[in-house]
Design a protein around this ligand. Structure first.
Ligand code: F0G
Length: 427
């Protein structure tokens, strides 16, 4: 599509059919393939885009202050009334203790836990719910391990849409379930795992006409691209060597590849960083696929303490394979023990994150030890969710586990007397 065609449209990844940008189906009606959002090339060159993106946020009206919508040109240029909290504008942090642990001196942490509902999901959700309004939906739904549902609940409330969320009854972290209830979503505790929830919600949206905002929905991915755009901007558009990201349903992995390819084509960056997609070893079907050159699609019965990424049949598989090819990426699985150790280091540095998020740092450490990432490399590890998302696992780690893990910070119970405080200070 060129000059006189539409500004934005949807295209099937599988059969190539194109569809109107306002088509509400989240899979290709012709072949059931996954869709991508495509935009006509921006009329602005790289320098003009950089200038546009760099306008001070406080000088921008309303949603354009958002760390998603200030990239509107590359996200959804046709949107006129974004449903925005606002979101994004998250920090890129450096902490010597985390760098030392990872083995990379130049390690930055892109902390997506600083989003309004505490995870990166808000970046995709502001676009997904904006699109829901544009297509005239009255009800929205998702399956979730907890963060997507928390985010959807908040944005649906803001937009005045009914929200229906499907979460696994066992294993959703406390903070996430609490958020979904607080923001007013109809919350279905499914007796099954995330993969069961996703199957069910896809069926429900097809049969019952509810707009689906899982990361199958390509508009979600357009929003999630801004994690990468924003971190590149924070690095002065000097691409890092590696970006490490926790991987579950593979929506983010797919969005990152799309963002990098587009940013490179636009001349915003002059080379494409490599992506390290890090799964929990007990839920690592994509790592199995990577190990054999993606000859087969794998599914597993997922088991991990990192409940956010406890997924055995990732929906965005094919899109994520594309990312791996486009970025010369690597995929690995890290054991729960290493995820929790990385988390304890990130937490004790004062930064904090939820278990799944720490997989990125645990993955960097492994790749450094294996000689895949060089110690001199410039690396960004994405922390996907806030430390308060999963208080249950924290209390278990610090207070209950026997014997105490090496980094446990046991609370001390005392009598209400100064002598007791003194004794603690002396010990
Ligand atoms: N980190 C966190 C904190 C997550 O919540 C998720 C996914 C991921 C990483 C993995 O991202 O699925 O795009 O590969 N959470 C989804 C949810 C599944 O329902 O909240 P992905």
């Amino acid at each position: 599509m060129s000059g006189h065609g539409p500004r934005t449209w949807q295209q099937c990844d599988a059969c190539g059919a194109t569809h109107d940008e306002l088509m509400a189906a989240t899979r290709c009606p012709a072949c059931n393939g996954l869709l991508a959002v495509r935009h006509a090339p921006s009329a602005h060159g790289a320098a003009e885009l950089r200038r546009l993106f760099a306008e001070p946020c406080c000088a921008r009206p309303g949603p354009l202050a958002s760390g998603v919508w200030r990239f509107k040109e590359l996200v959804l240029p046709t949107a006129t009334a974004p449903v925005s909290h606002p979101e994004g504008n998250t920090p890129l942090l450096e902490r010597p203790a985390v760098s030392a642990f990872s083995g990379v001196a130049d390690l930055r942490l892109k902390h997506e836990g600083h989003n309004p509902t505490g995870s990166f999901k808000d970046r995709g959700m502001t676009v997904g719910v904006t699109q829901a309004v544009r297509v005239g939906a009255t009800a929205v739904a998702c399956a979730s391990t907890g963060n997507t549902s928390a985010s959807l609940a908040a944005y649906a409330a803001q937009a005045g849409l009914k929200a229906l969320v499907f979460v696994p009854r066992d294993g959703i972290a406390l903070g996430k379930l609490a958020q979904s209830l607080a923001y007013g979503a109809r919350t279905l505790l499914v007796r099954g795992n995330f993969d069961d929830c996703l199957r069910l919600v896809e069926e429900a949206s097809r049969e019952l006409g509810v707009y689906l905002v899982n990361s199958i929905n390509p508009f979600r991915l357009e929003g999630q691209k801004t994690i990468v755009l924003e971190l590149l901007q924070q690095l002065g558009w000097e691409a890092p060597d590696w970006i490490a990201v926790p991987a579950g349903n593979l929506g983010n992995t797919a969005a990152f590849g799309k963002a990098l390819v587009e940013a490179h084509a636009l001349g915003l960056i002059d080379r494409i960083p490599r992506i390290a997609a890090v799964q929990a070893a007990g839920a690592a079907p994509f790592a199995l696929g990577f190990a054999e050159g993606f000859a087969h699609r794998h599914t597993v019965k997922p088991e991990t303490v990192a409940t956010a990424i406890k997924i055995g049949d990732p929906a965005s598989w094919d899109r994520a394979v594309r990312t791996m090819i486009d970025t010369r990426g690597v995929v690995l699985g890290v054991p729960d023990g290493e995820i929790l150790e990385a988390k304890a280091v990130i937490d004790a540095s004062g930064v904090g994150c939820e278990p799944a998020s720490a997989a990125s740092v645990a993955g960097v450490r492994r790749l450094v030890e294996a000689g895949v990432i060089e110690r001199e490399a410039r690396v960004v590890a994405v922390l996907t969710g806030h430390v308060l998302k999963d208080p249950g696992i924290l209390l278990e780690y610090h207070r209950e586990q026997e014997p105490a893990p090496p980094r446990a910070n046991r609370p001390v119970e005392i009598e209400p007397a100064l002598a007791a405080v003194e004794a603690v200070l002396r010990s």
